[in-house]
Design a protein around this ligand. Structure first.
Ligand SMILES: CCCCC/C=C\C/C=C\C=C\CC(=O)SCCNC(=O)CCNC(=O)[C@H](O)C(C)(C)COP(=O)(O)OP(=O)(O)OC[C@H]1O[C@@H](n2cnc3c(N)ncnc32)[C@H](O)[C@@H]1OP(=O)(O)O
Length: 285
């Protein structure tokens, strides 16, 4: 993939000059990448209005972005969104409802690859959660090594609430962040935590009042690795996450088959249809 590089002031950091890298190969422009001149850290912003739903194209863009930043020896990545109220609304349920099975398989394989890329990234990562972050949004945030969240939003894995069993790839990074008992209860309850509660249980690391403050906190975290050898850092991270990554790599085909079998069941299709309708009608009441 090719990038067009321009210099510009960024809305994130006021007048600090940054390199704006815009993906040219993506016709949808669903990701924006900015590299800070001073720190060398990249900010990856999901940009799929209105609520950054993870469809096949956005998922593929996230995977490609990570691979390219690794190749470019990026020193740190901050994942955020261009929205003022949503980090990511999670999987685009339209991908799951009445699916073309071939595309559904491609979709889930892409999600597995995105998870492998972000959870296993060689580059240090921080999530700047500047809005709601349910389900797939929470998966992305927990793939990162550090989370800073703005107040009065929600985050968590709510699949059980609408009758879905979160697949292993959805659970693992959540389990990596939380004590097992809290993770189990929260998943069984399909619980979404407020920013404050997420801080109290350790699902996020810090709160920030504004996006700018959150950005500075993410930068501060990434700078803690400044004096650490990047290879040693990355191999140490792999030692912690390697088993989870290997389990998915080895079980990818089974995970895919289980997912497709589960999602295409009549009962699950009915639940997905009802949930879509509920989301669509939410504001009319
Ligand atoms: C052993 C084998 C196991 C196999 C397991 C198999 C299956 C499990 C599968 C899946 C796992 C899934 C993980 C997921 O990520 S599922 C997605 C979960 N996401 C949600 O529940 C979020 C729902 N959305 C919201 O709560 C709000 O939209 C949000 C807080 C994000 C934003 O609110 P806001 O008021 O700003 O915006 P809205 O007006 O509500 O939404 C705008 C627009 O988007 C539509 N929409 C919202 N979310 C989704 C979605 N996830 N999918 C599809 N469409 C969505 C919403 O309906 C609006 O559209 P319209 O009505 O204006 O047309």
């Amino acid at each position: 993939m090719f990038f067009q590089i321009t210099k510009a002031a960024t809305p994130l950091t006021g007048c600090r000059r940054q390199l704006i890298l815009r993906s040219l190969s993506s016709s949808t422009n669903n990701i924006q990448i900015e590299v800070d001149n001073k720190t060398g850290f990249a900010t990856v912003s999901m940009n799929r209005p209105p609520v950054n739903l993870l469809n096949l194209e956005l998922i593929n863009s996230l995977t490609r972005s990570m691979k390219e930043m690794e190749q470019n020896k990026s020193r740190g990545i901050i994942l955020t969104s261009t929205s003022n109220s949503v980090f990511s609304g999670g999987l685009d349920i339209k991908e799951l409802y009445r699916p073309d099975v071939q595309r559904l398989r491609e979709f889930w394989t892409a999600f597995q690859d995105m998870w492998l890329a972000w959870y296993g990234s060689a580059v240090p990562t921080a999530a700047l959660i500047n809005g709601h972050s349910p389900a797939g949004g929470c998966v992305l945030a927990t793939c990162c090594e550090y989370r800073v969240m703005l107040p009065k939003f929600t985050i968590g894995l709510n699949e059980a609430k609408f009758g879905l069993v979160p697949p292993p790839v959805v659970r693992i990074s959540f389990k990596n962040v939380l004590p097992l008992r809290i993770a189990e209860l929260a998943l069984c309850q399909g619980k979404l935590f407020t920013s404050n509660d997420a801080l109290n249980i350790g699902l996020i690391d810090e709160l920030a009042k504004t996006k700018e403050e959150g950005y500075e906190k993410c930068v501060k975290f990434l700078q803690t690795f400044r004096k650490v050898d990047p290879v040693a850092r990355s191999l140490t991270k792999q030692q912690f996450r390697g088993k989870d990554l290997d389990d998915l790599r080895k079980g990818k085909q089974k995970d895919l088959n289980d997912f497709v079998e589960h999602v295409t069941q009549d009962d699950i299709q009915m639940r997905l249809g009802l949930y879509l309708e509920q989301l669509h009608n939410r504001k009319k009441k």
